[in-house]
Design a protein around this ligand. Sequence first.
Ligand code: ACO
Length: 298
Amino acid sequence: MVDFRFDIKPLFPQPIIKVTSNLLPHTFRGDRRQCLDATSKMSEIIDQLGQLSAISQGLSKPVTTAQRLRMSENQTIYLLADPEAGNNGVVTGLLKVGTKDLYLFDEKGQTRKMENSPSILDFYVHESRQRAGLGKRLFETMLREEQWTPLKCSVDRPSEKLLAFLGKHYGLVRTIPQANNFVLYEGFFNDGSTSNGRNGHDSPLSQKNGLHITNSPNTQLFGATYLGDEANKRSSGGRRDSGSQQQSSLLQQITQISPNGRYGAPRPTCSMAEIIHAGSGNSGKGGGGSGAESSRIK
Ligand SMILES: CC(=O)SCCNC(=O)CCNC(=O)[C@H](O)C(C)(C)COP(=O)(O)OP(=O)(O)OC[C@H]1O[C@@H](n2cnc3c(N)ncnc32)[C@H](O)[C@@H]1OP(=O)(O)O
């Protein structure tokens, strides 16, 4: 259990509190001096729990720090405490969630860009209190507050314990393979509910001539996805020449999409388009990475 040199009770009028970038408990009311005092104590609590979470997961540095929360626009930390334990109360768990823009593969292997997708980013219950239902309590509170459903959450590089937790409490077992560190489960893309703002927003950039094209690192790395035989047949036969010309120009277009940020760095000229066009000189500037960047470093 994690105790502090100060009394945590004023910060925890209830066992679970929510903290966002202002580093204040959502329940907090006070003047400027009290605010400063509370943010300093909350920072200490978050840093300490973040550190313990990293150690417990074998990470080389914490995923969760007060500084990172302060800089974030769309992350929330849920903290669980036992305010009556010990002299000053103890903090027993942390759950950090947020929304992310992710490039993901669906069940058919097509790339989709999910905007504001609900993500589980860090989860920790102190070793002395694990397997006693506290994790479930924290997670359920989060789902209620965020109005999320477990199936619509992606999980940033889950540990074996978290995989077991999600399987046991929410029946989440069958994953959809991804090229990045996020894990999602079959059903994630179902029902069109992914276009509901609360559960993320799906935005394929274009579908043309049987090719599913997105501006994603996956597409840049692996090329566009063919939607099926029917689509391919439509571009053959009588219209073979114009169809293949169109495909060729689409592939060129894909390889010329300029990636942003860290994906913008030049890469060796080796792309799917180059292989398909074998020496046609259309290798373009294919950059890209293998998907969203995860902040977890083992
Ligand atoms: C995105 C990420 O954050 S990945 C990192 C996840 N965090 C960690 O791995 C840190 C260490 N683990 C923990 O902090 C906790 O075990 C948590 C947060 C995963 C779960 O919290 P708990 O309070 O233990 O969960 P709760 O008691 O509600 O549920 C228990 C279930 O979780 C799973 N679980 C918890 N501990 C373990 C364990 N040591 N081994 C295997 N499964 C475990 C099991 O399914 C367990 O059910 P069972 O006891 O019937 O087998």
